[in-house]
Design a protein around this ligand. Structure first.
Ligand code: HEM
Length: 490
């Protein structure tokens, strides 16, 4: 395909020459977000590489990415047919399957509606602003007690293993109306093994590009398939229970709401949507809903213990604006600009979702004067945008103040919108608001009550491990102190 004819007047996409069979795999290496950022300096925002024998378009630069995903959204909204993606949710995933036509569009809308009703819409029954706020309050209270308890028992600990349960419980509450205990083995086997998923679904996984690798014995592919199977059987069990207890006048959670939609679709001969493809949307919502948010919170804690002055300043802001008598609420967001700036800087600096899920072109198109053929796999380099010297001064420095006005009283919205972590356009994350709200509420509730540090003499290792989401090395040396005697929750 690299020998392809280019229509008259259009340019051929530039890029490095590759070796036979492996293409540019050696130069791409183990940290594609870094190597492809480096290469984009030489070849530009629109660049073509080869992984194995497959050509891949790599997009960098905020303006170019906005042009492709927003202004030419229809052209770039496809998903490539990758081996690993065929294994997610039995090949029926909203996020990973190749569908980007009418069925995908209808499913995305149904998922968005069900999600909204049970997360960010005003809560009809409680004093909370919405169900996200209510669920995070419950889980953050449990988490604080749990962390203080392990601190007393062990003297230091790894916070991730406790946070992941709390975050999973929030999405479980929304999806299934239930929470799990901190030692629920079935849930632990799923939430503690996400590396088995994110390493294989990462942009540039060789097995997706060199077909022979799919037939060779591979420990990581085997674990990946087992992980997908485990999560699928857990979700099928939940769905079955919901079908058995379903009452049309009492829609309890996202699963019920999807079952209701499926029944409607069945009754309507005009809609060609198989009911299984509606109910299994809960797979995408659950799957996308816990690992991402947990990763964001765990990076946040790493920055807080690495920069104790920043932690102190957030706590001062909380003390001044919320005090100690009540819990933080969503409505407090606008009063806590430094906290908001910290969260933005955590997203930017870690860029823990370095590439979006890969896209592919749906038709022949033109971008920045280059000819782009149909069905070309596209990587969107979010990490590059978040570290672009043309946008950010000293991009490698962690500095929340870059998002504040000179007085430090307000978040600079325009700068905030330049941070790219949720994708853009037609495939943009559907959980963005929920995720931002969850992260804000967990962090403020934890920091109002607790001070975090690592044991004397221990250093945290902030090197990210490449994947669909990037994690740091787990750190077992965290400690917490209660900041003041705890009030009963409100
Ligand atoms: C897709 C980021 C949390 C549901 C995506 C994409 C990104 C992303 C980068 C792919 C965009 C693209 O391909 O261009 C994040 C981050 C999160 C987060 C950084 C947390 C900090 C959530 C949550 C949910 C969710 C909480 C659901 C409750 C989805 C779904 C898709 C998606 C269903 C697939 C959309 C599609 O392909 O049409 N997310 N996400 N995400 N996200 Fe999120």
């Amino acid at each position: 395909s690299f020998q392809q004819q280019i229509p008259h007047g259009l340019k051929r996409i530039p890029g490095p020459r590759g070796y036979p069979l492996i293409g540019n795999m050696l130069e791409v290496g183990r940290n594609p977000h870094l190597s492809l950022t480096q290469m984009s300096r030489k070849y530009g925002d629109v660049m073509q590489i080869r992984i194995g024998t497959k050509p891949v378009l790599v997009l960098s630069g905020l303006d170019t990415i906005r042009q492709a995903l927003v202004k030419q959204g229809e052209d770039f909204m496809g998903r490539p047919d990758l081996y690993s993606f065929r294994n997610v949710a039995d090949g029926e995933s909203l996020a990973f399957s190749t569908d980007s036509g009418e069925v995908w569009r209808a499913r995305r809308k149904i998922a968005q509606n069900a999600l909204k009703t049970f997360s960010v819409s005003p809560s009809p029954t409680t004093s909370s602003t919405c169900l996200v706020e209510e669920h995070v309050s419950t889980e953050a209270d449990h988490l604080i007690i749990k962390l203080l308890q392990v601190m007393t028992e062990q003297g230091s600990f790894d916070p991730c293993q406790y946070m992941v349960i709390s975050v999973a419980n929030v999405i479980c509450a929304m999806c299934f109306g239930k929470r799990h205990s901190h030692n629920d083995q079935e849930l632990l086997r799923i939430v503690n093994k996400t590396e088995e998923f994110i390493e294989v679904t990462a942009s540039g996984n060789p097995a997706d590009f060199i077909p022979v690798l799919q037939y060779l014995p591979s420990q990581s592919l085997k674990k990946f398939k087992e992980f997908n199977y485990r999560i699928l059987s857990y979700l099928q069990k939940m769905v079955k229970e919901h079908y058995e207890t379903f009452e049309k006048d009492n829609i309890r959670d996202i699963t019920d709401s999807l079952i209701e939609e499926a029944k409607k679709a069945e009754a309507n001969v005009n809609i060609q949507l198989p009911k299984g493809k509606i109910v299994n949307l809960v797979n995408d919502i659950f799957g996308a809903g816990f690992d991402t948010v947990t990763t964001a919170l765990s990076w946040s804690l790493m920055y807080l213990v690495s920069y104790p002055d920043i932690q102190k300043r957030i706590q001062e802001e909380l003390d001044q604006n919320i005090g100690r008598e009540r819990r933080p609420r969503l409505a407090d967001r606008s009063m806590l600009p430094y906290t908001e700036a910290f969260i933005l800087e955590m997203f930017r600096h870690s860029s823990f979702l370095p590439f979006t899920i890969p896209h592919c072109t749906t038709r022949d198109t033109i971008l920045n004067g280059y000819y782009i053929p149909k069905d070309l796999c596209v990587f969107i380099n979010q990490w590059q945008v978040n570290h672009d010297e043309k946008i950010w001064k000293d991009p490698s420095t962690f500095n929340p103040e870059r998002f504040l006005n000179a007085e430090g009283t307000e978040v600079n919205k325009t700068n905030g919108e330049k941070v790219l972590v949720f994708g853009l356009g037609k495939r943009k994350c559907i959980g963005e608001s929920i995720a931002r709200w969850e992260i804000f509420l967990f962090l403020t509730t934890l920091l109002q009550q607790l001070e975090f540090n690592v044991c004397d003499g221990k250093k945290v290792d902030m090197t990210p491990h490449y994947g669909l989401t990037m994690k740091h090395t787990r750190c077992e040396h965290f400690q917490v102190k209660q900041r003041f005697p705890m009030k009963s929750s409100q």
